[in-house]
Ligand binder design. Structure first.
Ligand SMILES: [Mg+2]
Length: 407
């Protein structure tokens, strides 16, 4: 690094030139511009380049050339740009970019579609909260449009409370995460199973084989009305399965349907060195098989008691309920050696709330309003891999790692 570059970064009064090039992107263009500038012995203070639909915006902030060469530099850059069919603008000034404000966040917006109206509303809300949008870039165009705003000026919590409650109204999902190395640090992701990792409710799959779907649904509704707590409703529903042949377990395993994007999410997280686990108010008879099949690091659930080849209608071992899920998240984090602040929990139900609030980032996945409102953030599109975008991972990175697209 040259002495003048460090001087340029430090000095507010150092004359600098902002060179902006816009036009059709072609190979050799960036080299061409800097080759032209090199003739004047200037140093580079900053470079930003964006290509959108084949058009390039290239901004170079350089030190002013010595002596009377500025006019000559301007003329040379303009004639070079003209020869490439580009437009060029050169603005004189002093110093470097204005330093970014304190309180930096990543605001991820998921839209399906992302409308200009909702983008305007979000940008206005960020400004009203006293924050500044420093950079914007697209994380993904598939299966949803995901855009990330790098924002500074107010703490992430302030920004979150300004934006999150309005997401539904804007027709988008919004996640606000504090910037910093922690976001890149290795993490643990723990998911609920029923209606999160899988599209089904496992107890209902068992109930269908026992011919007691209606009774199970009645108990579920009563629990939802708050007449029974989770443990009571679990015992009441499992009791209805008493006498069922144990071969039903294999049938239920085969019926389980993964949520779209589940494999992509898990595969990508594992490649990035994350540890991934599931906690379920359902049954180990299903979660153990999922752990094996998906290469999960952790799995915990209730265990259906099977005696002499038949379900007894009881569960054994530690009950996984609302408090149990949060306890298991802590336990997995400890075993994984990951601080709680670097954990992510994903779930859809009221019994996931303690876990979502215990995690560093709690994601309500296609959840009921009560869960959505209590969680740090929510995803309301039916693709589990969109959670990757909340972590700042781009679709391009996912696909480059795969060498292919789909799951
Ligand atoms: Mg669930």
């Amino acid at each position: 690094m040259s002495a003048s570059l460090s001087a340029a970064s430090a000095s507010e009064d150092l004359p600098t030139l902002l060179v902006k090039i816009f036009g059709k992107d072609r190979p050799g263009l960036t080299a061409g511009l800097f080759d032209t500038l090199a003739g004047y012995g200037v140093d580079v203070v900053d470079i930003e380049q964006v290509v959108t639909r084949g058009r390039i915006v290239l901004c170079a902030l350089v030190t002013e050339p010595p002596g009377v060469q500025e006019g000559e530099l301007r003329a040379t850059v303009h004639s070079w740009a003209e020869s490439w069919g580009l437009s060029a603008e050169i603005i004189s000034g002093t110093g470097d970019n204005r330093p970014r404000g304190t309180g930096r966040s990543h605001v991820t917006v998921l839209g399906n579609p992302l409308t200009a109206e909702s983008t305007a509303a979000i940008a206005a809300r960020i400004t009203e909260a006293g924050a500044n949008i420093d950079r914007v870039f697209r994380l993904a165009k598939y299966p949803v449009t995901a855009v990330e705003f790098a924002v500074s000026g107010v703490p992430a919590d302030t920004l979150r409370s300004a934006l999150a409650p309005r997401a539904g109204e804007f027709g988008v999902d919004i996640a606000v995460v504090a910037a910093g190395l922690q976001r890149r640090a290795q993490r643990l992701v723990v998911m609920d199973v029923d209606s999160t990792l899988i599209q089904d409710e496992v107890i209902e799959l068992f109930a269908a084989h026992a011919g007691c779907e209606a009774e199970v649904a009645r108990v579920t509704e009563s629990a939802m009305r708050g007449e029974l707590d989770f443990a009571q409703s679990l015992h009441a529903r499992v009791a209805l399965l008493a006498g069922l042949d144990a071969s039903v377990v294999e049938k239920v395993r085969a019926e389980v349907r993964l949520t779209p994007g589940a494999r992509t999410l898990i595969r990508t997280l594992k490649r990035l060195g994350y540890q991934v686990g599931v906690v379920s108010g359902g049954f180990t008879q299903v979660t153990d098989e999922l752990r094996e099949r998906l290469g999960l690091d952790f799995a915990a659930a209730n265990t259906l008691e099977i005696v002499d080849g038949r379900l007894t209608g009881r569960v054994t071992g530690e009950i996984v309920d609302r408090a149990g899920k949060a306890r298991l998240l802590r336990r997995f984090a400890e075993q994984a050696g990951v601080p709680l602040a670097q954990t992510v929990a994903i779930g859809d139900g009221a019994n996931d709330l303690d876990m979502l609030n215990t995690a560093g980032l709690g994601v309500a996945f296609n959840a009921k309003p009560v869960v959505r409102e209590a969680a740090h953030t929510s995803v309301n599109v039916p693709f589990l891999d969109t959670v990757l975008y909340l972590l700042g991972i781009t679709r391009e990175e996912v696909e480059a790692a795969d060498g292919a697209v789909e799951d």
